[in-house]
Design a protein around this ligand. Sequence first.
Ligand code: ADP
Length: 268
Amino acid sequence: VGLDGVPMFENDGSYRGMLFLLQDITAIRRLENIRSEFVANVSHELKTPVAAVKGFAETLLSGAVKDEETVRSFLQIIYDEGDRLNRLIGDILELSKIESKRSNLDCSPVHLHSFFDMVIGTLSNEAEKKQIRLLVDVPNELFMEADEDKLKQIFLNLISNGINYTLEGGQVKIQASIDKNEGEEKIVFQISDTGIGIPKADLPRVFERFYRVDKGRSRNSGGTGLGLSIVKHLVELHHGTLMVESELGTGTTFTVVLPLLQEHADEE
Ligand code: ADP
């Protein structure tokens, strides 16, 4: 609680008493804490790949490693960690853009079947490497109004997580259907995988920035820990909701519910 006191005087200048202003600053403090925690997390996440790049480059520069194969493997690590830094910086910038509300929706009609063909095309190499089947069950007549770039980011993130956290030979299924309940028409998307699943205790936290159930696995798969928080923001920007259900060792389903049409509040 913030406390401010000022003396009060009568019209004739005589002292009347003190006026105290009590202000609940819990929300402001909480925001400050979140912000400084975020900066600490960002620094930590950036330091790890930078340390690896420096360390391996130093070893190579010292001339201690002569064997060509080892040199190559060190260079590969430097390249991969550089790549990881690039992705981290990209995700951090993306998140800060969305959170500072500088991000607006640029909506147009999206034909969902063609849209998912394009999204799946981008991920087919990744899936083939692990022999993971990508199944799409999206009726051909479905159209919705959305910001296509942002919609793409939502589903690229969810489907590539499905691929990353599913063992070889598994499956990731994408379904879309229309829900006409409660007046407003909505599109319900489900991305389900036959992967490793998420422990119950971790489920409520997976949308937090940098939260990872298994840091090692996430890092190996190239994860930044920011994907799902970006997805959540983008879904909310579309006035939608995002849910997750999971069974450890069996698989995970993310459900995204988006309005069929966006309100054009800014145009009224
Ligand atoms: P990351 O870049 O680490 O994948 P995300 O924000 O996309 O970060 O996801 C946060 C964490 O949630 C992941 O590290 C992983 O532990 C868990 N997770 C996300 N999607 C899945 C999934 N489909 N199956 C199992 N775990 C998942």
